[in-house]
Structures are given as structure tokens and as C-alpha cells.
Design a protein around this ligand. Sequence first.
Ligand code: LLP
Length: 426
Amino acid sequence: MQNGPVTNELLPVSAAIEGGVLSVGGAPLPRLAEEHGTPLVVYCERTIREAARAYREAAPDALLVYGTKAFPNVAILRLLAEEGFGADVSSGGELELARRAGIPGERIVVHGNNKGDDELAAAARLGALVAVDALDEIERAVAAGVRRALVRVTPGIEADTHEAIRTAHHGSKFGLPPHDAIAAIGALRDAGVDVEGVHVHIGSQLLHLRAAGMTVEWLALFSARCRAELDWTPRTIDLGGGLGVAHVPDEAPPSIAEFVAAVSGELARAWALERLEPPRLVLEPGRSLVGRAGVTVYRVGSIKRASEATTYVAVDGGLSDNPRPALYGARYAALLANRADEEPGEAYAVAGRHCESGDLLIERVPLPEPRRGDLLAIPATGAYTLAMGSNYNAVPRPAAVLVADGAARTIRRRETMDDLLALEQG
Ligand code: LLP
């Protein structure tokens, strides 16, 4: 039994509650909080490896690359490289992290709707695959020495997710409409670039299979059009990332196996229908690899009854380590990591520490009456949390640890006051 509306599906696979104490990877969270301070993002190694293996099992021949932006971290990139993953990067910084993790260029895909010449040159030096995203990128990519490319196309499909993380609709800032994508493929080939295929990423936090299936079907028709107009067909189909994770009990995403079976089944069917050569599949999962693996542990501070309807439980982080509730209205669940077996009482609002009324991590969550000093754990915070963190209010960003077999390893150290001051001049 555990409090808050937290079900096992929201927690890392190694999570356990004993004597009211929540542990991850055999490490009790109160011990980790003591040793590493709070807020602390605790990643379960087993959850990440199991997710990676689920992708590999479902798509044994695919090139699997980690959507680095979900949590750009060298240790995680290395761990995933051990599982056979490469990296999808969207900036020179992410490319550098992948390089430091020892990922070879042939397993790196470089994205971005506005890549710099320096970023294109770095991609070219590593021999990475560049997803060309604009017509005016072609000349710059060629000049930078890019030899291998995909062309990113926008199929005009509206994925059923938050509009800020939808990317393949008509009018998207990403990719090229079909006509321009065909022109780009032709121009790149004329310039001697090996265009290996096409890329589509329809959106993130997808909880249904329909849009992904429709996209694959659309791509088969697009590939047939390429054959007719260019006498060229894609050898590679990169479907991006997108599979969602559950942050609250009423979100029920398909499993990795279901998601991959749906897209690869549709790929086989639609390709056969158009009499196209079966392509190599590339998948770029981010959130579905690391989202469930991460639990953020906060220390409870002030508790305030603000009105008849609302009692705030304030924690020592917030917007600076997880801006998703403020940005997307993202919902989370929570439990008290040190009193995890107590019955929840009334519902509380979990407020962050920042000077911003919108700094509310959870609007309402039932908890046992919280006390100052309790540890509040928010599950499913491994993706797009620290990755999008900030130093708002000059608050240092938290540390992240990776746990397995009862041992925790710091994979990102906590920022210090000196880190904050390091950029100041005068
Ligand atoms: N590939 C491309 C080209 C992408 O743009 C993305 C995510 C991925 C792969 C990985 O997608 P995933 O498997 O993680 O859904 N900050 C937002 C999510 C932004 C996603 C951006 N692109 C959030 O917190 O929900």
C-alpha cells in the first residue's frame, strides 16, 4: 500500500516500500536524501535497461538512438550505448555529450530546425547522419562537409498530445512540407550527398497508436511519390520518438512492445502494398527510456492553509527542476517517501519554492498530513525535467544519482553557489 494516487506503474520497476520507506534500486530514499541532499533526481538503472531491451527485442534490426534531450547526460548515454543505443541530438552541446560518451558517428542522428554552421561541421567530422530540416540548410550542409542525410518531412498529421509538443502538423516549424522535401532530396543528391531516407517525428507523450500508424501509411505513399518523381526511394525510415509514459494513474500509454509492433507492422504492410523495398527503421525514444526511471525527492518545508479549498505543501524545488506543470499543465502524482504506508487524508497542493504563482508542481494530491522535514517523492520525472531546468531565482539545480543494487552513483552533481557566481562579471 502506498499513499497518494501512486500506482506501481508510475514508479521505477525496482521500487519497493518497506516499513513505510520507499526505496529505488535497493536504496532507501531517506538515505539518499541524507547523503546527497534534496531535491534529488533518483534514476533506476534497471528501469532504463529494461526499457532499452524492450525496444531492442521489438525491433532487433532497427537503429535505436536515445532522444538525448529527454535527459542529456553522459552516464545515461554510456549506459544506453551498452544496450546498443546511439543518440539523437538536437544541438552541438548534445552532440558533444554523445561524443564524450563514446558513441560513434554512425549511431548519431543530428536534428534541429536551425542548425549552426559549426554544428553541421561537427556532425560532418563525426560522420553523423544529419536530418535536413530546411531548404536553406542544404547549401550550408554541403559546405560543412555533410555526406549522409535524412530529409525531415511534415506529413500534416495532428498528433493527439499537448500542442506545444506536436511537430508534424501543417504549418509546423519543423521539417519540410512534402513538395519541398522532394526538392530537398533532389538537391542534396545533386550535390553528392547520400540521402539515406526520410525522418518524421509527429510529437511527444503519445498515448495512442493511431497517429503513429497513420504516419507510417502516409510515409509509404510519400516514398512511392519519391520513386515516381525522383527515381529514388528511402533506404531508411526514421520515425522519431514520441511514446508517452504514465505520470498519473489515468494515463495508460501502450507498452514499448505494442508501440513498436504497431509501427513496424504498419511499415511492413504499407511498404508491401506500394511494392517498396523494406527500409531500415530508426527509432529515437527519449521519454519512454528514462521517464519512468526517475523519481524526484523533495524535502517538505512550509505547510499553509491558504483557503477553505487549498492547503499548500511547499517543497525545496519546483519550476527550476521541473517546469512541465507550468509549461504544459502536466500532471503528476506524489507520495511521502518516509511514510509511504500511511493512509492519505485530505488533498494538498504541492507548491515549489519559486517567486511565481504558477510554480505549482501538483494541483491536488491526497497525502497523509505532511510535516516539515518529510520527503515528498514525485514519480515519472526522469524525462524533460532537469533537462529543462533553470536557475530561476538563482536556485542551484539538483543532483541526479543512478541507483542499482543498493548503491547510488552521482551522474550529475548538485550546482553550487560558486557555479551560479562563475558567470558573473564584476
Ligand atoms: N526525435 C525528435 C526529432 C524529437 O524532436 C524528439 C522530442 C524525440 C525524438 C524524442 O521524443 P520522446 O520519445 O521523448 O517523446 N519538453 C517536452 C517534450 C519535447 C519533445 C521534443 N522532441 C515535454 O516535456 O513534454
